[in-house]
Design a protein around this ligand. Structure first.
Ligand code: IPM
Ligand code: MN
Length: 360
């Protein structure tokens, strides 16, 4: 029996709906294994701005710091997207949270599930067998450099900076992951143009000597964007900077058949954070059509991070069961769709039921 504190940040749009399902699944896991998960919710994003004027209230940040792990839904609201003059934005909350918790590595697995191969717009033969892991740098680069306007407001800038230690710490994680997988690491950059990319290449090339079992190759991001959907099975671990990783990972989600399937883990100095890679999908809010699986699989990654491997495996088994039986939301099952809650219930009940089987 373990006792863990999980800070839950449901966020905006569909965030609360998908988070509720993941919390339900974690409760089922706790029941099945006799654990105690203390799961309190806190405000972050547009909902926090509405309530407090601050996208990341101190109470939320303190709760995350004090937790064993953080589970996040999604943040963002169109009213800010359409107002370029807004000074306070939901995204600032997420970026400040990542920075404050030192979450420098965002890990995004992309798998082509065999039962969903027909759902991808990509040809089956191209994507079958895809199993790649993206390591996206998360607290540096253009996202966090100086940004602003010139005095007359007619020009704007966003600086991109990377230091050697920033590159080394995530590259070590990516090399180690590759060593435990298919021993291939691809650095995605724009070293033909950007000085920061040339530093990434220099550092990774030097570090490769420490990991002789890992084969390293280098791809320019424009070519990588093409290769990821043309022949994704060539990739094992992709290592890249903040913005390239943001873009490549959304693109790679078409391999899985839905953005609603892709989880992520953000790790770094201490407490780790788990969130789906999708956004707050405001058009779907309250309609029961949002896919909760990305958040549920993020909860599985959370369990793995807490070294609860059997628990995580059970969640993955339950998700596989839902995939195999077509217990899926509209975008993956247009003819007989299940609601967000029904998918969550199915997965949670399956986990709880495995308990009965065990006891009978
Ligand atoms: C993501 C999102 C965020 C990002 C936004 C909401 C700031 O797109 O987690 O991928 O760009 O990092
Ligand atoms: Mn993104």
């Amino acid at each position: 029996m373990v006792s863990k504190k999980i800070a839950v940040l449901p966020g905006d749009g569909i965030g609360p709906e998908v988070c509720r399902q993941a919390v339900k699944v974690l409760e089922a896991v706790a029941g099945r294994f006799g654990h105690r998960f203390d799961m309190q919710s806190y405000l972050m994003g547009a909902c926090a701005i509405d309530a407090t004027g601050n996208p990341l209230p101190d109470e939320t940040l303190d709760a995350c710091r004090a937790a064993d792990a953080v589970l996040l839904g999604a943040i963002g609201d169109p009213k800010y997207d359409h107002d370029p003059t807004a000074k306070v934005r939901p995204e600032q909350g997420l970026l400040r949270l990542r920075k404050s918790l030192g979450l420098f590595a965002n890990i995004r697995p992309v798998t082509a599930y065999s039962v969903l191969l027909e759902h991808s717009p990509l040809k089956r033969e191209r994507i079958e067998g895809t199993d790649l892991l993206i390591f996206r740098e998360l607290t540096g680069g253009i996202y966090f450099g100086d940004k602003g306007r010139t005095a007359d407001g007619e020009a704007a800038y966003d600086h991109c900076t990377y230091s050697r230690p920033e590159i080394e710490r995530i590259a070590h994680l990516a090399f180690r992951a590759a060593a435990g997988r298919r021993q291939k690491l691809t650095l995605v950059d724009k070293a033909n143009v950007l000085e920061t990319s040339r530093l990434w290449r220099e550092v990774v090339r030097e570090m490769a000597a420490e990991y002789p079992e890992v084969a390293v190759d280098y791809l320019f991001v424009d070519n990588a964007a093409m290769q990821v959907i043309l022949s994704p099975t060539q990739f094992d671990v992709i290592l890249t900077e903040n913005m390239f990783g943001d873009i490549i990972s959304d693109e790679a989600s078409v391999i899985a058949g839905s953005l609603g399937l892709l989880p992520s883990a953000s790790v770094g100095e201490r407490v780790a954070l788990f969130e789906p890679i999708h956004g707050s999908y405001p058009q779907a809010k309250g309609k029961g059509i949002a896919n909760p699986i990305a958040t549920i699989l993020s909860a599985a990654m959370l369990l793995e991070h807490l070294e609860l491997d059997a628990e995580a495996a059970l969640v993955r088994e339950a998700v596989d069961e839902a995939l195999h039986n077509g217990v899926l939301t509209k975008e993956l099952n247009p003819t007989a769709p299940y609601t967000t809650e029904e998918v969550g219930n199915y997965i949670a009940f399956w986990i709880a039921d495995s308990n009965e089987k065990q006891w009978n």
